[in-house]
Every structure is written in structure tokens, then in C-alpha cells.
Design a protein around this ligand. Sequence first.
Ligand SMILES: Cc1ncc(COP(=O)(O)O)c(C=O)c1O
Length: 377
Amino acid sequence: MDRRGTSSEKWEKYAGRDILPLWVADMDLPMPPFVLHAMRRRLKHPILGYTSTPQAATEAMVDWLGRRYGWRVSAQWLVWVGGVVPGFTLAAQAVAEAGSQLVLPVPAYPPFFRVAERAGLRGVFSPLVRVGDRWEMDFDDLRAKITRQTAAVLFCNPHNPTGRVYDKTELTALVDLVVSTDTVLISDEIHCPLVLDGDHEHIPVASLDSSVATRSITLFAPTKAYNFPGVGGAVAVIPNAGIRERFEDAVAGMASNISPLAYAAMTAAFRDQSQWLARRNAFLAGNAAMLEDAVGTLRGVETTHVEGTFMAWLDVSKLGLANPAAYFETRGLGLADGVEFGAPGFLRWNLGCGRPLLETGVERLTDAINELATKRR
Ligand SMILES: Cc1ncc(COP(=O)(O)O)c(C=O)c1O
């Protein structure tokens, strides 16, 4: 869709320049009519005042977790919050203890890096490792790093930026570590409706066992999958009453105001039982396949299979460029710089766009790589 005139952050960055915006994680694809309809219905009342959580929102969320993931949660466990980023940042503050550590797998979504600092924790990074066509957690490394000094592990699944949807074996191994070290698990699962490959399924990590549920804070939001990220809004699931109280305290006055339009949109999305999401995911999977196929034919650039999210994670380190993001900008591609994810030599490609734009992007990528190869001959 043409987004001119909407102050789109994604498009404004390159306004007036012939650079395709393939960076920040929002999509150029419309949100579903039933979500828009719910927002319009709310607008029939001319006052958008401070809003307490509508019972319909709570019921829709509880039902959604049960229906999609078989996770039976109590309505009392939910804490609504202004967004997932404030949610995980305040979650870390809520569980922080002086001198303790926050462990996070890297590469990571850039705001993850600021969390430790804001909570007064020491950040400890555990690199993911590439195994064949996917990125995996390194459990030996994690075992060495998750200790009794760890206040929390900050986890993301499906994983931005690598596109992994972790399987049950991996999640169980993580749970074992978290439980045995008496640590809290903060899990950002914003991308969970976006599983693009039928061979994978999302499992909310806290649903695996009550031993992890009672030490977890899981953040969900339909804003990514249904593409209304600018509206904001998220919900934390916190089974442990003590942790929940501390989180509510941290959120109060910081990120506790949720717009009535956000509640209307989130409720409509959580209620969705149509085929809309399956169709959207099939479209995104087609985009992922097109990019993966193209990259497979190019020398010096590699990617792994996008199992979930709408991001492809490109390894361009073999091209030997000092600043790959800047180089590709000069070739008309505005990609997210791996440096911000803790991974120099990598670029993240946002697949949430129309097919013609993607095709142009793939052509530009091919030309840019061929040009480098020619220069070096
Ligand atoms: C992993 C992850 N968490 C959180 C967010 C943003 O969440 P919010 O807009 O609700 O703060 C994003 C957006 O790209 C994301 O990829």
C-alpha cells in the first residue's frame, strides 16, 4: 500500500530518495477489516477517556491462549500494558536485584540491549549458533551463564531477527536451566501468530510446566501479526502473584494507559477465528521463499529459513564490506543494520511488503552483489 501522507516512520526515513524501506518491523499490508470495524465502532462514542480493561478484552485473550495454544490461564494473571517494549523493560525492573544479571541470547531485537541498563542489571550475552539452516541457542554457553546471580533471562520466540520458532526440546532445555537456577524468565512472544512454515508451531514457553509458569512473565500483543503496531497495547501473563504485584507496581504511571482504540483493536484480533491470518501468513511465506531462493543463487550472502516472524536474517560478512548497511543503501536497499542487533556483518530484511516491491528489492540485491563480484575480478 502507498503509505505517503501517514507519517510512516518506515517510509519517512528514506523520503525523497530511491531507497526501499525494508527495515523497521511494520508491514505495508493492511490490517484486517474486522479490526478496523471494531475501532470505528468504538469511535461512534465521541469521548476517548481513560479506559479500564474491558471484560471483553480479558475474555478474548484468555480464550485465545486456550484455543490456539492449549494454555489455560486465569483472568487474574493478565496485566495489560502500553506495549511489549515497555512491558519487558519494566518486567526486568520488577525482578531486578542489586548486582544481579540479565542473560540474553544474541543477536537480539535492539531494545533488548537497553533493558539491563535501565533495570540496573549487568547484561550477559549468549550468542546463538548457526546449525545448518537455522539458528539455535547454545545450551553449554547458557548453562555457564545462567547462574544464581541471574535475575532474569530475556527471551524472544519466535525470534527476531533470526526467524526461528523454537521447538519443544529447545524450550524444555531452557526451562530446566531457568528452574534449576531459580531465575525469572521474561518471554517476548509478540511474533507468535506469525508462524510461516507448517512444519513448526509456536509453544508459549510458560505453558510447558507450572514450575516455569510461576517464574515467568510472558508478553503478547496482536499488533505485529494484525499490523497495527502504531496503535500500541500488549498484555503480560504472570501466574505468580508476587511477581505480578511487582510488575503492576513498575508499570503504574509508566505504561499503564491503554487507549480505548487499542483495547477495541486487540479484542477484535484475539477473537479472530477467520482464515485471515492463515492467508496473511501464506503470503508472507511466499515472500520469504522468494528471498531465500534468490539468496541461494548469490555468492557471499547467506540466509536461513524463515520459520516465523516476517524478517529474514542475512549474513553478508563474507562480502568483506566495512559497513554493509551503508553499502546496500547506496544500492537502493534500506535494511536494518546487524550492528544494532549485536551482529556486525548481518542485515535484517523486512518481508512485510507487497510482491512488486519485494521483486524490485531482490533485483537490487542481485545487482549489488554482482557489482561487487565484478569489481573484485
Ligand atoms: C521482538 C519484538 N518485541 C517487541 C516489539 C515492539 O513491541 P511494542 O511495539 O508493543 O512495544 C517488536 C517490534 O518490532 C519486536 O520485534
